[in-house]
Design a protein around this ligand. Structure first.
Ligand code: ZN
Ligand code: ZN
Length: 115
């Protein structure tokens, strides 16, 4: 693909020509997708929040799939009194124990303070 045809294509799509890096024939990755996150990194940017979240979710799914493929339990044991402990209770469909509940409450308070 030549520069001219790419610019013409972008112009025909109503997009500014030559403002995007040309990373192959694929269209520009949308924000809120793992590919969008990769695009930010390629451009030397920090991924925006939707991209970061999408990438994290994709990574988590990928890790879990890999763990299952290796015959590992989906989660390593989590200690009580931590956020992971709390989530482990939830995951096992248990009532979280007191230390875990407190850890979760503290985390929530932290999140609210950061927001
Ligand atoms: Zn983005
Ligand atoms: Zn616990």
């Amino acid at each position: 693909m030549t520069t001219t045809s790419w610019d013409d294509l972008m112009a025909s799509l109503g997009l500014e020509p030559s403002t995007r890096p040309r990373c192959g024939p694929t269209a520009v990755a949308e924000c809120g997708t793992p590919a969008g996150s990769d695009r930010h990194y390629r451009l030397g940017e920090k991924p925006c929040d939707p991209c970061r979240i999408a990438k994290n979710a994709a990574n988590t799914r990928w890790r879990r799939a890999k763990q299952l493929a290796n015959g590992c339990p989906p989660r390593p044991p989590a200690e009580c009194g931590t956020l992971r402990g709390f989530r482990a209770h939830r995951w096992r469909k248990e009532q979280p124990c007191e230390p875990c509940r407190l850890a979760y409450n503290a985390w929530q308070a932290e999140c609210r303070a950061a927001a």
